[in-house]
Design a binder for this molecule. Structure first.
Ligand code: M6R
Length: 364
């Protein structure tokens, strides 16, 4: 049941902290703090390339994973949505890793891509919520998330669980390849274990998210901006808004604005920015100022330090707890998904069963 929540989506949003915690305990030994993944029958140090694929939200999780795997584990990564990868005929080096992400493990496009990767002699690693699924059976290694059943068509907790597993895989690969030193690994692990309590604090910000939702609900089009690991979170926010509130939303890497979409901006197009005060904050800030100068209304997800710089620029802010930059995309996902939920409530749509969508897309 919904445990007293109005919708499954609301219930599942509230499960983020617990799901992140449970998933981390599954992939990182809570006592020794060492990453503890199932056995691979190949060496992570020797993987020449990772080819990642997924659909929808799972694809956005994969995009975050690409930033991590490239920057931290220094492994070359190719990535595409499954429905495209399938028909690209990518030349793949035998012995590479095919890394799939799926909540259901039954998505037809992802399954077809899995088969292509298999035929191309890739080692198949899947990050799945339903491990007994078809993808689970057809993989060499299954990395389970511990999200529990996800009923709402709009994916929520599965996304942060996927990121939690990807974070652990990144640490394991980086250690195997010698790009992540023991002290850095410790720091990454402790920032992950810090997340469940920081995630719980997000729910103290719901009133601020609701104030933002009022502005978004009145719009016909909304832009989402982010950079680096927060660009995929902007994509996730825009998808969630489209799915359940039927408001048109686009996400851009903030630096791309000036190459076109900035022409869309006026007072009627709210701009939602995902801007933790990480290394890319200043760059994002100057993109925000360009949008502001053209009459754009800025709605920002940031932290204390970011808020100090954004005051007077952002019309509404949601100020999140400070976390290590590594885990910021996981934390920032939560309020961005809550925003879509709050907008859908204001619009009165069928949150758990949005029109034209199915939970598991088993046709290509
Ligand atoms: O079960 P999967 O993770 O393979 O599903 C992938 C997408 O269909 C899914 O994430 C979809 O985009 C959601 N409705 C997003 O909220």
């Amino acid at each position: 049941g919904k445990d007293g929540y109005r919708h499954y989506m609301e219930k599942e949003l509230h499960e983020h902290p617990v799901v992140i915690g449970q998933t981390l305990q599954r992939v990182i030994d809570p006592v020794s703090k060492a990453v503890a993944l199932p056995k691979f029958d190949f060496s992570l140090a020797e993987v020449p390339r990772v080819t990642m694929t997924a659909c929808g939200s799972a694809y956005y999780a994969a995009l975050v994973g690409r930033y991590w795997l490239e920057a931290e584990a220094r492994v070359p990564v190719d990535i595409d949505v499954a429905s495209e990868l399938r028909y690209r005929a990518p030349p793949l080096t035998p012995g590479g890793m095919g890394l799939l992400i799926s909540q259901s493990g039954e998505t037809a496009d992802t399954l077809a891509a899995l088969r292509l990767l298999r035929r191309s002699d890739q080692r198949i690693v899947s990050i799945l919520n339903v491990e007994t699924s078809t993808m689970g059976r057809d993989s060499d290694v299954t990395l389970g998330m511990v999200a529990g059943p996800e009923i709402s068509v709009a994916s929520t907790k599965a996304f942060t669980a996927q990121l939690s597993v990807l974070a652990a895989l990144t640490i394991a690969m980086g250690q195997a390849r010698g790009t992540i030193e023991a002290s850095r690994a410790q720091q990454m692990v402790s920032s992950l274990f810090d997340l469940p309590s920081r995630a719980a604090e997000v729910f103290q910000r719901v009133a601020d998210i609701q104030a933002m939702a009022v502005i978004v609900a009145a719009a016909r089009d909304v832009l989402y901006l982010g950079r680096g690991v927060c660009f995929p979170i902007a994509l996730e926010g825009a998808l969630k808004l489209k799915e359940i509130s039927y408001i048109h939303a686009e996400a851009y890497a903030a630096g791309e604005m000036k190459h076109g979409p900035i022409s869309l901006i006026d007072k009627d197009v709210p701009i939602v920015v995902i801007a933790p005060s990480t290394i890319l904050f200043d760059k994002t800030l100057s993109n925000i100022q360009e949008a502001k100068a053209r009459g754009g209304r800025i709605l920002a997800f940031t932290d204390e330090k970011g808020a100090a710089r954004l005051s007077g620029i952002a019309e509404q802010m949601v100020v999140l707890p400070d976390v290590d930059a590594f885990v910021a995309p996981i934390l920032f996902t939560i309020p961005v998904q809550i925003l879509a939920y709050e907008v859908a409530l204001l619009k009165g749509t069928d949150v758990d069963q949005p029109r034209n969508l199915a939970k598991s897309v088993t046709v290509e």
